[in-house]
Ligand binder design. Structure first.
Ligand code: PLP
Length: 412
């Protein structure tokens, strides 16, 4: 089967993906799958989505030649795909606009979502405001404490934020709680999942809503560079920005695809979120893929300085690209990501999100040894949301100690 026709009818990418959910979720997932297949065949759906992406979200985003970064590395040409310039500051709005159109088509007027750091919650609250729909966002208590500003943003946009006090009180628990709500309220409610994760059809659908990133990159490369890039780099949390930029290039054998996971602060379980080097196949939240788990098969704890990369499972399509050697996956430490952010800020006047900084760090690491190559780095988001963490980790730039110690409790 050609890779571009995956997943199969049951949502499998090779052995990965699928639909590992309780019986009660089977019919809502089937309803969603049918609605999505219908929508894809309806040109008016595509036209409305395209118009929103253009007029509301700010597509197409530029493909920008980072000349000073390139010069400083002294090797490969480095180009940046500027998803950081989209409305709400990251790629997430692509998926939220697609899913809210689908929800309206299905006659649902209540939207639920999970959020970790709050970025997906903010993007979801944004599209709900735009469409006049009720919005309920589940968020772990611990994350609410760490990300107070995003909690306020969601409320300002009219959303209800529900604190989740179970388990580790973070993203994993928020997803479980959202799934529980969906079971109870499925007649009125759409679950707007935020990454290329979960049970079929989510990984396929979320990919399709983000593949516009890769389609634009392809056209812009041909027009601005005169050929396809040699290498595309993207950070991988659940995997949505990476699969979005990779997907239109999967059939181009000459284009190397590199996904960057969070190397965190070390190799021990609990210190990173590098699923390919530290994990093994398992099931979480409805999908089978590479999972960080302990000897007993319990889902492992994760750590990353960037909340968006801090999840124990990688999206199932990445697992299949990995096993077929079609994409390569590496990890970058917290420290190297922080350094890359500062480098990009100083050389290009762009403050990237911490997640995106992982991909930038890998480009900086490789570029010197590949002088004739063209790299495209997907800059998945902008760094405004991470300013407290940058401040805390760059004390040399923030000599006013009283101000930074005030923030310390919130950013960690
Ligand atoms: C959420 C987020 C990510 C990680 O999610 P993916 O689904 O892996 O793309 C990466 N970058 C930014 C800026 C994010 O907000």
């Amino acid at each position: 089967m050609s890779s571009t026709t995956l997943p199969d009818a049951l949502g499998h990418f090779g052995p990965y993906g699928g639909r590992y959910v309780p019986e009660v979720l089977m019919s809502p997932l089937e309803e969603l799958e049918r609605a999505y297949s219908d929508a894809r065949l309806d040109p008016s759906f595509e036209a409305e989505l395209h118009s929103l992406l253009h007029h509301y979200a700010g597509r197409p985003t530029p493909l920008y030649f980072a000349s000073r970064l390139t010069e400083s590395c002294g090797g490969a040409q480095i180009w940046l795909k500027r998803e950081d310039l989209l409305h709400t500051g990251a790629h997430k709005i692509n998926n939220c606009l697609g899913q809210i159109l689908l929800a309206r088509r299905m006659g649902k007027h209540r939207i639920i979502a999970e959020t970790g750091a709050g970025q997906h919650g903010v993007a979801t609250a944004t599209v709900c405001a735009l469409f006049g729909m009720e919005c309920v966002v589940y968020m772990g208590e611990e994350d609410m404490r760490r990300q107070r500003l995003n909690v306020f943003r969601m409320r300002l946009l009219g959303a209800t934020v529900v604190a989740v006090a179970n388990g580790s009180r973070t993203l994993k628990d928020a997803i479980s709680e959202a799934m529980r709500d969906w079971v109870t309220n499925v007649a009125t409610t759409h679950y707007l999942l935020g990454s290329a994760l979960g049970a079929h059809p989510y990984p396929m659908m979320v990919r399709d809503f983000h593949k516009v990133i890769g389609e634009e990159t392809r056209a812009q490369s041909l027009e601005q560079i005169g050929r396809l890039p040699d290498t595309i780099l993207a950070c991988v949390g659940g995997g949505s920005n990476a699969i979005g930029v990779f997907y239109p290039f999967v059939g181009d054998a000459s284009v190397r695809l590199i996904g960057i996971e969070a190397g965190g602060r070390g190799h021990r379980l609990g210190d990173h979120a590098a699923r390919f080097s530290g994990g093994s196949p398992g099931v979480l939240h409805g999908a089978f893929s590479y999972l960080l788990q302990d000897d007993q098969g319990q889902v492992g704890l994760t750590h990353s300085v960037s909340a968006g990369l801090d999840y124990a499972l990688i999206g199932p399509e990445h697992a299949w690209l990995h096993d077929r050697n079609r994409a390569e996956y590496v990890s970058i430490s917290d420290a190297d990501a922080l350094t890359a952010a500062k480098t990009l800020a100083r050389l290009e006047g762009i403050i990237p999100a911490l997640e995106s900084s992982h991909a930038i760090a890998e480009a900086i690491r490789r570029a010197p040894s590949e002088p004739n190559h063209v790299y495209v780095v997907n800059v998945s988001g902008r760094g405004d949301k991470d300013i407290d963490i940058y401040r805390e980790n760059m004390p040399e730039l923030d000599p006013d100690d009283s101000a930074s110690s005030e923030q310390r409790g919130d950013a960690g």
